[in-house]
Design a protein around this ligand. Structure first.
Ligand SMILES: Nc1ncnc2c1ncn2[C@@H]1O[C@H](COP(=O)(O)OP(=O)(O)OP(=O)(O)O)[C@@H](O)[C@H]1O
Ligand SMILES: [Mg+2]
Length: 263
């Protein structure tokens, strides 16, 4: 099932998530269109990760709905949403550090296809899995590291590998929560290029603190503060809004701009 580019792919409707008396997500509604590169920004504690966890199905919303590809997925768990094409990046813990890079991706391909390893050999199937894994490794520019031990990868390379494993799930939308956190400037640059190189039939929804990355990647930006959506629109529009500047952009930046003047 595909959603034509530009149509709404993800619709979050009046989503609420409370932790005791804290409204971590306080009635957020937003849409992400098919093919879009959409960033979610906001100050620390704004509720971005809470929203992501709820959209991905890791955390059950207190109220509200998540509609993906026209289907209400609110009652589905994380695995079922991933099967529907709504995939959040894997955490580091899901990488097998003692295995080679290509074996991690092969395993992801097998799991995504619902094809657990059988006790008897099937060279034809193994070849198909290996070929698909090679394609994903090429897409994230890790082909020359395929035989390396995963534990020996740099931080940035591990993130690239996680994207290869996400691609194995054949996602319609990938959600990244602070993908460039802890990356060097060079790794960040490389990661942005990787996201830019993803095919347009994969929609990208990203939480990111590095505003140079946001303004380079995103076509639309949503801004949260204190659990609420306070602005959304094109990067230039959002940047011009006073309340956004107050809540977020007004903070002094500690690092020089990575990509120079934002568009
Ligand atoms: N499991 C939890 N239990 C209780 N409170 C939580 C839990 N997770 C998050 N919170 C609180 O919910 C609020 C929103 O947190 P969240 O992590 O979603 O913010 P964020 O926008 O992702 O922040 P950051 O930019 O620092 O990652 C914060 O006040 C946080 O302390
Ligand atoms: Mg967070």
């Amino acid at each position: 099932m595909t959603t034509p580019a530009g149509d709404v792919l993800l619709e979050v409707q009046d989503l609420k998530l409370t932790y005791g008396s804290l409204n971590a997500v306080d009635g957020v509604s937003l849409t992400v269109r098919a093919g879009e590169r959409h960033a979610l920004i906001g100050p620390n504690g704004a509720g971005k990760s809470s929203l992501f966890a709820t959209v991905a199905g890791r955390t059950r919303a207190t109220s509200g709905r998540v509609v993906f590809g026209g289907r209400d997925v609110s009652a589905l768990g994380e695995a079922a949403r991933a099967r529907a094409g709504l995939v959040r990046t894997f955490q580091h813990s899901s990488l097998f550090l003692g295995m080679s890079v290509q074996d991690n991706v092969r395993l992801a391909v097998e799991r995504a296809g619902g094809r657990p390893r059988r006790p008897w050999p099937s060279p034809r199937r193994d070849r198909a899995v290996a070929e698909e894994a090679t394609g994903h490794l090429r897409a994230v520019d890790l082909l020359d590291r395929r035989e390396a031990l995963t534990g020996a990868l740099s931080h940035g390379e591990r993130r690239q590998l996680e994207v290869a494993m996400v691609l194995a799930c054949r996602p319609r939308m990938v959600m990244f929560d602070e993908p460039t956190a802890g990356m060097s400037v060079a790794e960040t640059y490389r990661f942005v290029e990787l996201v830019e190189s993803l095919p347009r039939d994969i929609t990208v929804f990203v939480v990111e603190h590095d505003l140079d990355v946001v303004f380079r990647l995103a076509e639309r930006v949503s801004v949260m503060a204190a659990g609420r959506l306070i602005a959304h629109g094109a990067p230039a529009e959002v940047r011009a809004e006073e309340k956004v500047r107050e809540a977020y952009l007004g903070r002094p930046r500690s690092t020089a701009p990575l990509f120079g003047a934002a568009r």
